[in-house]
Design a protein. Structure first.
Lengths: 222, 249
């Protein structure tokens, strides 16, 4: 079982490394969206500090969305997905491996970029740490839940826009607790409660999402 | 007993359900009209003016039933979706897609009437309160469901994809609701609950319950009408639809 997951992760990572432009594009999308906000709302540090958690989290949501269609589209086009579905191993585990690989490629870079971007918003040290930690805990949930949407819109007309319509409402709890953790730190309440809930969402999302995703993939492959 | 079981499955086929739905629709319309007229009469002519809210409170005769229906229809839709996935029946998927627009309509109505009520009472059209926000998200979920089904050409695949989405949505609704609730709360507590006596005059409650019944009957009638159209559209290649259409011409 672990061998299967590791094989899928290794394969997806190798494929992603061959097309690094896609990863870099999503990262720069994240950076640009975050940098647009000070230009839009003005450079006052007080205001920016208040906006920072929400802006960074919304930008992370959008950047994840951007990379989701690639999760299954390539494999679907060249028939790999059908072979994976025919394999004796459960499709859910394959999906789990793909979700982990997607997080390593699309989620982890956002986590690593977040502290740098947080400095642009004049966040203090502890708030920066919590922001990074909340993204580290929360982004796996984004990959997990997003996989359901990616599988449902596989090969569907106007898939990209439709994907955001399906997935963004489901992302709302992650956004609330992720940005809430940073807010709670700034206001002195301490982020434990938010981070625990975020962890629960991430575990639940990564554990349960592969099964509806596998079901949706089978529908798409019919 | 076994007879009855067979009967249930008999109506799972579009061919037998189509005439049954046709016979039921006028009854549900009639009930909707009766309950609606009774509820609105009580609501607008009989029920007393509210001590705190004046005449403005009368919007609840539409607002509360619409909110109930918007949530309940999503559950019914998810139920049919689950049935469709479990038993692979054609009719279940049709029912789910027939219910979605009505549910979206009620979610929208609930937000709209809520805004009309909020302006005089709270002094604002919209607040980012837990219940308002989760109702808005419910509307998004309906729209996602409808958009997904509309984007897939093959009806069987559309049904299954929609069903998975509806079930994922149902699992998420409590999570979304509680996350939004802990995030911010301003909306007044529920006025009607099953565990304690309602905090409103009996006449108002009657008016509201009658209006809720009217909304139920309306939803059933309109969903049956929509499912009949969907049946004709999807089963147009079958003999029974051809015979039916030939009869009409």
């Amino acid at each position: 079982m672990l061998i299967l997951i590791r094989a899928v992760i290794g394969r997806d990572l190798r494929l992603a490394m061959r097309r690094q432009a896609d990863i870099v594009a999503a990262m720069f999308f994240f950076i640009i969206v975050v940098s647009l906000f000070p230009l839009g709302v003005g450079p006052e540090p007080d205001q920016l500090r208040k906006l920072a958690p929400g802006v960074l989290w919304v930008a992370a949501l959008l950047a994840t969305m951007l990379s989701l269609p690639r999760l299954f589209a390539e494999d679907h086009r060249d028939g790999t997905l059908e072979q994976l579905a025919l394999a004796p191993q459960p499709l859910g585990l394959v999906v789990l491996g793909k979700v982990i690989a997607h997080w390593l490629v699309a989620g982890l870079p956002l986590v690593l970029l977040a502290p740098v971007l947080g400095i642009q918003f004049d966040l203090a040290g502890d708030a920066l740490a919590v922001l990074t930690l909340s993204l580290l805990i929360g982004t796996p949930a984004l990959s997990g839940i997003g996989a359901i949407g990616a599988a449902l819109t596989l090969g569907v007309r106007g898939g990209g826009v439709l994907l955001s319509l399906l997935v963004l409402p489901l992302y709302i709890p992650v956004l609330i607790f992720g940005a809430g953790a940073v807010d709670a730190t700034v206001s002195g309440l301490g982020p434990q409660a938010h981070l625990s809930l975020l962890g629960a969402l991430a575990l639940g999302g990564v554990f349960f999402a592969p099964w509806p995703t596998a079901a949706a993939l089978r529908v798409a492959l019919e | 007993m076994s007879n009855r079981v067979i009967n249930w499955f008999r109506y799972a086929s579009p061919q037998t359900f189509y005439p049954l739905a046709g016979r039921l629709i006028p009854w549900f319309w009639a009930l909707a009209a009766i309950f609606g007229v009774a509820g609105l009469t009580i609501g607008f002519l009989v029920a007393p003016t509210d001590a705190q809210q004046g005449e403005g409170y009368r919007i609840i005769f539409l607002h509360v039933p619409a909110s109930w229906m918007s949530m309940f229809i999503y559950l019914v839709m998810a139920f049919w979706a689950a049935m469709g996935l479990a038993f692979n029946t054609r009719l279940s998927g049709m029912m789910a897609s027939a219910l979605a627009p009505t549910g979206a309509l009620f979610a929208f109505l609930s937000l709209w009437t809520g805004a009309l009520w909020g302006k005089p009472m709270w002094g604002t059209w919209w607040v980012w309160d837990a219940r308002l926000t989760s109702e808005l998200i419910l509307l998004f979920l309906y729209i996602g469901f409808i958009a997904l089904q509309a984007a897939i050409d093959d009806p069987r695949r559309a049904d299954k994809a929609g069903a998975i989405l509806a079930l994922v949505g149902v699992v998420n609704i409590p999570i979304i609701y509680f996350s939004v609730k802990w995030w911010n709360t301003l909306h007044q507590g529920a006025s009607v609950s099953l565990t304690k006596a309602p905090s409103m005059a009996a006449l108002m409650l009657w008016g509201m319950l009658l209006c809720a019944l009217a909304c139920w009957m309306y939803s059933i009638a309109i969903a049956l009408m929509r499912v009949r159209t969907i049946m004709l559209e999807r089963e147009r290649h079958t003999d029974w639809v051809r015979a039916l259409l030939a009869e009409k011409e």
